[in-house]
Design a protein around this ligand. Structure first.
Ligand SMILES: Nc1ncnc2c1ncn2[C@@H]1O[C@H](COP(=O)(O)OP(=O)(O)OP(=O)(O)O)[C@@H](O)[C@H]1O
Ligand SMILES: [Mg+2]
Length: 375
């Protein structure tokens, strides 16, 4: 069903555009390419790869094995092992017919102490590796070796590691991934992330273990006309209309970020019918959304110190700021240059703010309006 969805992965019919990215990834995985995919937050990376590229790969091969792992916020090597192990268990269980799982587990995974248990209600089998004995996860190097040496000999394999940049803070991880990837010469691989500055530390720094690995693919902003059409199609169900200049203003007001645009459009649909949407309706809707999300923002802000909040508010009210350690900005928030640069770099790492040609600014448009209105 067509609609404005948010806080969720999208199915193909609700992904606006991304045609270029889709074509490159679909062709690339068939050619066994390695990609480093990057794009701002909430621009459809995970939806496209998980709900379009992986199913396409599976359709193109009679026997396929697709491993998808989300590495968001991994804090240690052990948690990387664990995430990859969990992803592997689920990929393995869904790659093979239930009736063959026990036999295939023995064939492929005998050295990993596998256990297959059966759900008492549905009877469907679940695989778990080595956990029962010592509670330690299997090293992901071992898992990658099995994929490479055994599974890929029998079926077409695709590997996807989402939020890959989060491994950057874990010593050893980069070197181990380099070692693992070197083995996977004939297996397509997609590494994804939203934090461009950290991804470039991993892949663009000449002396980094993963330097010059793979082919870059950056998700571009969706053209104004294309998103206008996407909005009009969905407004049609409520007999709403929006002309191009107003649709463009809406997209700009929300920094052209698809998720925020969808949130506001869903609110417009909820509150209007049979009319032409005007710019004032958009800003009324943004206010309306802020009211609904106010306690969420307040709770989120409560995790920051007073000084950190002050810096965020200043960025919202006076940003974009080209030089946050300039005297003018320092005076505004009564702080030292050192405190500000540490805070700014931690905000960048957490994607709370971003840096573009105009300077540092709040990344989430709704947080931006919230800070301007309620602080
Ligand atoms: N191309 C698109 N068309 C319509 N909506 C989109 C598009 N891309 C992203 N969205 C919106 O963004 C939300 C998040 O999508 P998704 O998780 O796929 O993005 P992401 O780029 O992986 O985000 P993150 O960087 O947070 O991982 C969706 O629920 C939807 O509201
Ligand atoms: Mg994602």
């Amino acid at each position: 069903m067509k609609g404005f969805f948010y806080d969720t992965l999208l199915d193909e019919e609700n992904i606006c555009n991304l045609e270029r990215e889709k074509k490159m990834l679909q062709q690339g995985v068939l050619q066994k390419k390695k990609f480093v995919v990057c794009g701002a937050r909430n621009t459809g990376k995970t939806s496209l790869v998980k709900n379009v590229v992986i199913p396409y790969f599976q359709k193109k091969h009679s026997k396929s094995f697709a491993l998808f792992v989300d590495l968001m916020e991994v804090k240690s090597l052990e948690s990387i092992h664990q995430r990859i192990q969990i992803g592997f268990e689920s990929a393995f269980s869904s790659a093979f017919p239930a009736k063959n799982l026990v036999a295939l587990t023995k064939q492929f995974l005998s050295q990993l102490r596998p256990e297959v248990s059966f759900d008492s209600l549905t009877g469907s089998p679940t695989l778990s590796l080595g956990i029962s004995r010592d509670k330690k996860s299997i090293s992901f190097l071992e898992i990658f070796t099995i994929i490479n040496k055994k599974i890929s000999k029998n079926m077409s394999v695709l590997l996807v590691l989402d939020e890959f940049q989060d491994i950057a803070l874990i010593p050893e991880a980069q070197g181990l991934f380099r070692q693992a990837f070197q083995e996977l010469r004939k297996i397509p691989l997609i590494l994804m992330g939203s934090k461009k500055h950290i991804l470039s530390q991993l892949f663009a720094k000449p002396n980094a273990p993963l330097a010059s690995f793979g082919e870059d693919l950056e998700f571009e902003k969706i053209a104004y006309e294309v998103y206008h059409q996407y909005i009009s199609e969905r407004f049609h169900f409520r007999k709403l209309k929006i002309d191009f200049p107003t649709a463009r203003e809406l997209q700009d007001a929300l920094f052209r970020i698809p998720e925020s645009i969808n949130i506001v459009c869903a609110d417009l649909c909820e509150n209007h019918e049979r009319k032409k949407i005007e710019p004032q309706d958009i800003f009324q809707s943004i206010d309306h959304v802020l009211e609904k999300r106010r306690s969420r923002f307040e709770e989120w802000l409560s995790h920051f110190s007073e000084k950190e909040e002050e810096i965020l508010v200043a960025l919202a009210k006076f940003g974009p700021i080209k030089h946050p350690t300039s005297q003018v900005f320092l005076k505004e928030i009564h702080s030292t240059a050192r405190t500000i640069s540490l805070t700014i770099s931690s905000f960048l790492d957490k994607s709370v703010i971003e840096r573009n040609e105009e300077g540092f600014c709040i990344a989430d448009p709704l947080l931006f309006y919230f800070l301007k209105k309620f602080r």
